[in-house]
Design a protein around this ligand. Structure first.
Ligand SMILES: Cc1cc2nc3c(=O)[nH]c(=O)nc-3n(C[C@H](O)[C@H](O)[C@H](O)COP(=O)(O)OP(=O)(O)OC[C@H]3O[C@@H](n4cnc5c(N)ncnc54)[C@H](O)[C@@H]3O)c2cc1C
Length: 427
């Protein structure tokens, strides 16, 4: 079969790997001039490693991704350091990345709240019954089982930070999935995610996959006889097409989809993200902390501060220290239209809270990245809203971040759904 894949992110590339291996002729159309999609990165001339535009790491439980890397023969290039994650309490940051450190965290006191926090965490780690949990909001479930104190201290800030105006509507299965499928050891690829994406794209090319970069697909429609027509400047026909873009973009490029499927795509909610990456002359967190969870109500102008070079060595970046300040935001938020300088002015006072000696002169360079499709918002009973991978148009398939539910989006689940879509396309 002649197969087109729209998108050279990890979902599209994983699908291409299986489809080409099964003996089909695969062409990937990618609008950007690089592979890797949301997990792509950039590099300064004096860096050996790339830096992801949006902070990225893997968990040890990311089986589909780690299995794929093993199949590609690159498992020796996966690194799993143990970086330090911290939580805010009363003006200070406290390590929060092991059961012992959670037990010692002062933010929950030393009594019943800590026990409730522990039991709720244990229950969520052990249960597989997410179908029951999706029937109720995380807000209501946590208030009931973890109690007001634990909820307000630990979970509400996370929900507010990630989902802004929707935070009270997000279902409990989302929180379950985060607790269930995450580990404290975090992984990355030697050279950065972009290095992995480039190597993967190169392997696909060697296998015979044609990857057309800087080639935006404008529309897809059923061919008059059989198959599908793809217009990316030149109209070509394919037997099968897999789209890996956001639901909104699929609806735009394929308006021939039946009304109920189209409406289903358009109704899905998601949050965008704005992330500032900074290259600094000095280490920001001298305690070596990697990930700071920040409560918005304390006045931080972003949700997470991530010091990448407390995860991988600054030696990989010519001695530069890489820091991210990121936030999940609803469409139309002012951060999307602010200039780099305006955003820096807004963010800079907060950097002193991580190191009082911080000074503007520490900054070598800043970059600001944004996307309006960063985090799908799962509402109550969300499983019935998930668009099927096989669309109602014969031969047209769809695999995106919005369909990996109940799992939270991630490159691991992009690989899983990409390969699942490939199996369906071959069935
Ligand atoms: C802030 C942030 C932090 C994240 N952190 C992590 C993390 O720590 N770990 C992790 O594993 N994941 C993380 N993720 C999620 C991860 O990046 C995504 O789940 C994953 O990259 C999605 O892959 P995909 O192939 O499904 O889609 P994408 O990567 O979005 O790929 C889709 C591709 O389609 C292309 N495209 C779009 N329209 C067209 C068109 N018309 N024609 C041709 N091409 C088109 C796009 O350019 C893109 O390359 C994070 C994401 C964000 C935003």
């Amino acid at each position: 079969m002649k197969i087109a894949i729209i998108g050279a992110g990890f979902g599209g590339m994983a699908a291409a790997f299986d489809l080409q291996r099964a003996g089909h002729k695969v062409t990937i159309f990618e609008s950007a001039d690089y592979a890797g999609g949301l997990a792509s990165g950039f590099k300064e001339p004096h860096w050996n490693w790339s830096v992801e535009k949006f902070y990225h790491h893997w968990f040890q439980t990311d089986k589909p991704m780690l299995d794929l890397i093993r199949e590609l023969g690159w498992e020796d290039q996966v690194l799993f350091p143990r970086p330090l994650t911290v939580m805010y309490h009363a003006g200070q940051f406290h390590p929060f990345d092991s059961v012992l450190k959670m037990a010692l965290f002062p933010g929950l006191g030393w009594g019943v709240d800590k026990i409730r926090f522990g039991f709720v965490g244990l229950f969520l780690r052990l249960t597989d019954n997410w179908k029951a949990l999706e029937k109720i909001t995380a807000d209501a479930w946590m208030l009931k089982w973890a109690g007001k104190n634990v909820y307000q201290k630990m979970w509400e800030p996370l929900l507010v930070g990630k989902f802004g105006p929707y935070y009270k509507e997000v279902n409990m299965a989302w929180l379950w999935a985060r607790i269930k499928a995450r580990t404290t050891r975090l992984g990355t690829f030697q050279g950065g995610f972009q290095n992995f994406a480039d190597k993967f794209a190169e392997r696909l090319r060697m296998m015979g996959v044609e990857i057309r970069l800087q080639t935006r697909v404008k529309f897809i429609k059923p061919a008059p006889d059989k198959g599908l027509l793809v217009d990316a400047g030149l109209i070509e026909s394919f037997d099968r097409v897999l789209v890996t873009t956001s639901p909104y973009l699929l609806a735009r490029i394929c308006p021939d989809l039946p009304e109920n499927y189209l409406q289903g795509l358009l109704k899905l909610k998601s949050m965008g993200a704005v992330v500032m990456a900074l290259s600094l002359k000095r280490q920001l967190s001298e305690q070596g902390y990697y990930w700071f969870n920040l409560p918005k109500e304390e006045g931080y102008p972003f949700l997470a501060l991530v010091e990448h070079t407390n995860f991988v060595s600054p030696e990989n970046f010519g001695g530069d220290h890489i820091v991210y300040a990121g936030d999940y935001l609803e469409e139309g938020h002012e951060y999307f239209s602010m200039s780099e300088d305006q955003l820096l002015e807004r963010f800079m006072p907060a950097f002193k809270k991580f190191n009082p000696a911080f000074d503007k002169n520490w900054i070598n360079k800043i970059w600001v990245f944004s996307t309006n499709y960063a985090q799908p918002v799962p509402l109550v009973n969300h499983s019935k809203n998930i668009p099927s991978i096989e669309t109602p148009i014969a031969g047209l398939y769809f695999a995106s971040m919005s369909q990996v539910y109940p799992w939270d989006r991630g490159t691991n689940f992009a690989v899983e759904i990409g390969r699942r879509a490939a199996r369906l396309m071959l069935a």
